[in-house]
Design a binder for this molecule. Structure first.
Ligand code: LLP
Length: 402
C-alpha cells in the first residue's frame, strides 16, 4: 500500500494503520500462552478508534477501559464484547460505575478502599451482582519513563499489596460483591520480562494466602506494559512475547484460574505511522529546521516523554543525510518530533512518515492552536479505508457558545 497515494487521497497529517499487523500481534499472545486459560483485554486508551476496537473484538479480544467514554466506544464498536470488559482507573464516578453495572462488564479493577465502598453501594442500589478485583501495588520497579511507571508505593495507582487481604476479607459475605480476581499494572513500555515476573510472583503468593483463608480468586489480571523497540533494529516481537509468557507462567505456576492481560502499545504501536508533509525547510544560523504539517498536538509523545520515533522520507531522495530538527507549526519550542536527527535530503512538499505511532498518537491528540485532528486510515490486506475523517472547523466550534 503506497503511503504517497493515501496521503494524496486523504490529505496530511494522516494516521495509517495496518489491520494485519494488529492481528499478528494479538496472535502472538495466543501462541505464547497456549495451554493457559487467558483473555487479552486490549487497553483502549492506546488507540481508541472504533474500527480498531471492532477488529479486535471480532477476533475475540476483550477490553481494558478507564472511563465511561471508553466504555461507550466499546459498546459502539462491539456491543457483544461488554462482558469482556475490565474497568481500571483511580477515579471512577458513580455514573460511570452504574453504566458499567448496567451493561454487565466482566470485572471492576478497584484501586482504593473508598472505591470499593462506592462500588458496593452502587451494586446494592442497582441490585447487580458485581465482580471485582483489587488492583494491588506490588512495589516493583519497572525501568521506563517516570511518567509511565506505576508500580511503586509512591505512585497513585492500586492498593498496597500488604493491605489487600484485609479488604477482601472485609467484603466477604457482601451480597452484591464477588471477589473475582486480582490485578496489577506496573507501568508501560517495559522491555524486560523480569519486573512482570516479580510483580506476578507477589500477586500469586497473595492469591495462595487468600485461598488458605477461604477466598478463591478466579482470575489474575497482569495489566499491560509490554514494550516495543522504537529505535527500529531487528528485535523480534514474537520472541519478546514468548519471554513475557515464560516469566508469567513461572510466576503463576500452579494457578488454574484465568489470566487476563491488558496490552495496548504492543498491539498497535508498530502497526501505525503518522504521515506528514514538509511545509518548508528553514535555516537558522547553523541549524536546519524541517517544518512539517503535523505537530505536537497530533503526536505529543516526543514533547511529553522525550520519546523517540523513527522518521523516514516516504520517497527518499538521493544525497547525503544531514542533522536537522523536525518540528511542527505550533507556537512552542517543545513542538518537535526530533532534534539533531540525521535525515536524507527533503524539500517542501515531500512526505515523511513518523513510525511506530499507532499507540498513544491519535488517542492523545488535541486541538491546541485550533488545529484540526488528523484523519485515520486502516489498511486491511490490499485495501485501505477511511476510519475517521479529518475534523472540520465546524466540528470544533459546534460545542461553543460565543
Ligand atoms: N492497563 C492499565 C491499567 C494502564 O494504565 C495501561 C496504560 C495499560 C493497561 C496499557 O499499557 P501498555 O500495554 O500500552 O503499555 N501515553 C504513554 C503511555 C501511558 C500508559 C498508561 N497506562 C505513552 O505514550 O507512552
Amino acid at each position: 500500500m503506497s503511503l504517497e497515494a493515501l496521503a494524496n487521497k486523504y490529505g496530511t497529517p494522516l494516521y495509517v494503520y495496518s489491520a494485519d499487523q494488529i492481528l499478528d500481534r494479538l496472535g502472538m499472545f495466543h501462541e505464547a500462552l497456549e495451554g493457559r486459560d487467558h483473555l487479552v483485554c486490549y487497553a483502549v486508551k492506546a488507540n481508541s478508534s472504533l474500527a480498531i476496537l471492532k477488529l479486535l473484538a471480532e477476533h475475540g479480544a476483550g477490553f481494558d477501559i478507564v472511563s465511561g467514554g471508553e466504555l461507550d466506544r466499546v459498546l459502539a464498536a462491539a456491543p457483544e464484547a461488554a462482558g469482556r470488559v475490565v474497568f481500571s482507573g483511580v477515579g471512577k464516578t458513580a455514573d460511570e460505575i452504574d453504566h458499567a453495572l448496567n451493561v454487565g462488564i466482566l470485572e471492576f479493577n478497584v484501586e482504593s478502599e473508598a472505591e470499593l465502598d462506592l462500588l458496593s453501594a452502587r451494586a446494592a442500589k442497582l441490585k447487580r451482582k458485581t465482580r471485582f478485583a483489587l488492583r494491588v501495588n506490588p512495589d516493583v520497579f519497572a525501568e521506563t519513563h517516570p511518567y509511565i511507571s506505576t508500580g511503586l508505593r509512591e505512585h497513585k495507582f492500586g492498593i498496597d499489596i500488604k493491605r489487600a487481604a484485609e479488604l477482601y476479607k472485609r467484603v466477604k459475605g457482601n451480597k452484591w460483591l464477588e471477589a473475582h480476581g486480582i490485578s496489577v499494572h506496573i507501568g508501560s513500555q517495559i522491555r524486560s520480562a523480569d519486573p512482570f515476573g516479580a510483580a506476578l510472583g507477589r500477586v500469586h503468593k497473595l492469591v495462595r494466602q487468600l485461598r488458605r483463608e477461604g477466598i478463591e480468586l478466579r482470575s489474575i489480571d497482569a495489566g499491560g506494559g509490554l514494550g516495543i523497540d522504537y529505535h527500529g533494529g531487528n528485535s523480534d516481537p514474537a520472541a519478546r512475547v514468548r519471554d513475557y509468557a515464560v516469566a508469567i507462567n513461572a510466576a503463576l505456576d500452579g494457578f488454574e484460574g484465568r489470566l487476563l492481560l491488558e496490552p495496548g502499545r504492543f498491539l498497535v504501536a508498530q502497526a501505525g505511522a503518522l504521515v506528514t508533509r514538509v511545509l518548508n525547510v528553514k535555516q537558522n544560523g547553523r541549524k536546519t529546521f524541517v517544518i512539517t504539517d503535523a505537530a505536537m498536538n497530533d503526536l505529543i509523545r516526543p514533547a511529553l516523554y522525550q520519546a523517540h520515533h523513527e522518521i523516514v522520507p516516504v520517497m527518499p531522495r538521493a544525497g547525503r543525510a544531514r542533522a536537522v530538527d523536525i518540528v511542527g507549526p505550533v507556537c512552542e519550542s517543545g513542538d518537535f518530533f526530533a532534534r539533531d536527527r540525521k535525515l536524507a535530503p527533503v524539500e517542501t512538499g515531500d512526505l515523511l512518515a513518523l513510525l511506530d505511532a499507532g499507540a498513544y498518537g491519535m488517542s492523545q491528540a488535541s486541538n491546541y492552536n485550533t488545529r484540526l485532528r488528523p484523519a485515520e486510515v486502516l489498511v486491511e490486506g490490499k485495501r485501505a479505508r477511511l476510519i475517521k475523517r479529518r475534523e472540520t472547523i465546524a466540528d470544533l466550534l459546534a460545542t461553543e457558545i460565543p
